[in-house]
Write a protein that binds this ligand. Structure first.
Ligand SMILES: CC(C)(COP(=O)(O)OP(=O)(O)OC[C@H]1O[C@@H](n2cnc3c(N)ncnc32)[C@H](O)[C@@H]1OP(=O)(O)O)[C@@H](O)C(=O)NCCC(=O)NCCS
Length: 212
C-alpha cells in the first residue's frame, strides 16, 4: 500500500467531487453541499490552486484538501492575509488511518513556504486540535460579529503575528452556497438517500456554541 500526496490535477476534479460527496453525505446535514463547494471554489479568484492536493492510494484518489485565501482585519482596519482549507475529506472506508493528517501536514509546509502567517478554518475541533489548531479566542480572533465560535480554529505559523490587536475573521464568500444550485448540481450524481443522523445534531450544537 503506497500513499502519495500530490497536487490536484484537472483530471481529478470528477473523482474528488464523488469522494467529497461520499465523505460528507448525511454527516452535517441530510445530504451535503461540500461537493458543490469543491466544484465552484476552483473558479473563484481567491482559490489557492497550488495548495489543492489529493491523497492517492495505489493509484486511487482517497483524500482531498482545497484551500482559499482569507483574511483577518483588526480594529485599525489593517488586514493580514491567511489561508483557509475546506473541504478536507478522506474516503469513509479509510478514515482514522492518518491520511487526513498527511494531507494537512504536507500542505501546511507549502502554506508556510508561501509566507502565510496562519491557517484559519471553521471546523470541528475534534479533527484539528491534534494538528496544533487553537480556538480563535486564544489569538483574539473573532467572527465578524465579535463572538468566538467554538469551531473558529487558528493554526499560528508565525509566532506572535496576532499579538496586541483584536481581529475579525470573515470566511471567503465562496463558502456561501445557494441551496437550489447545490440541489441542481447534486442531480448530476447517482441518487442517494438523505437521512437524519445524530452527527447532524452534534454539528447543530457546535455551530451554535461560543466561547465566553
Ligand atoms: C476529518 C477527516 C478529513 C480526517 O481524516 P482522517 O484520515 O480520518 O484523519 P487522521 O486519521 O489523520 O486523524 C484522525 C484524528 O482526528 C481526530 N478525530 C477525528 N474524529 C474524532 C472524533 N469523533 N472524536 C475525537 N477525535 C477525532 C483524532 O485526533 C484522530 O486521531 P486518532 O485517530 O489518532 O485519535 C476525515 O475523517 C473525513 O473525511 N471526515 C468526513 C468529512 C469531514 O468531516 N471533514 C472535515 C470537515 S470539519
Amino acid at each position: 500500500m503506497t500513499l502519495t500526496i500530490r497536487p490536484e490535477e484537472k483530471s481529478d476534479f470528477e473523482k474528488v467531487g464523488e469522494l467529497t460527496r461520499e465523505a460528507f453525505w448525511n454527516l452535517y446535514r441530510p445530504g451535503c453541499d461540500e461537493h458543490y463547494l469543491a466544484h465552484t471554489m476552483r473558479d473563484h479568484p481567491d482559490f489557492l490552486g497550488d495548495l489543492a492536493h489529493v491523497a492517492v492510494l495505489d493509484g486511487v484518489i482517497v483524500g482531498s484538501i482545497l484551500y482559499m485565501k482569507s483574511h483577518v482585519q483588526n480594529e485599525r482596519d489593517e488586514q493580514i492575509e491567511t489561508a483557509t482549507f475546506g473541504p478536507l475529506c478522506v474516503d469513509p472506508r479509510l478514515q482514522r488511518q492518518g491520511i487526513g493528517t498527511q494531507l494537512i501536514e504536507h500542505t501546511k509546509r507549502l502554506v508556510i513556504g508561501k509566507g502565510y502567517p496562519a491557517i484559519i478554518i471553521l471546523g470541528d475541533p475534534h479533527n484539528y486540535c491534534k494538528h496544533g489548531f487553537k480556538n480563535g479566542k486564544d489569538f483574539n480572533i473573532s467572527s465578524t460579529d465579535g463572538r468566538f465560535p467554538l469551531g473558529l480554529l487558528v493554526l499560528e505559523l508565525k509566532k506572535g503575528v496576532f499579538e496586541d490587536h483584536r481581529w475579525r475573521f470573515k470566511e471567503c464568500a465562496a463558502y456561501e452556497l445557494d441551496p437550489e444550485k447545490v440541489e441542481a448540481y447534486d442531480r448530476r450524481f447517482p441518487g442517494k438517500e438523505k437521512e437524519h443522523r445524530y452527527s447532524q445534531e452534534l454539528f447543530g450544537m457546535m455551530i451554535r456554541a461560543y466561547l465566553d
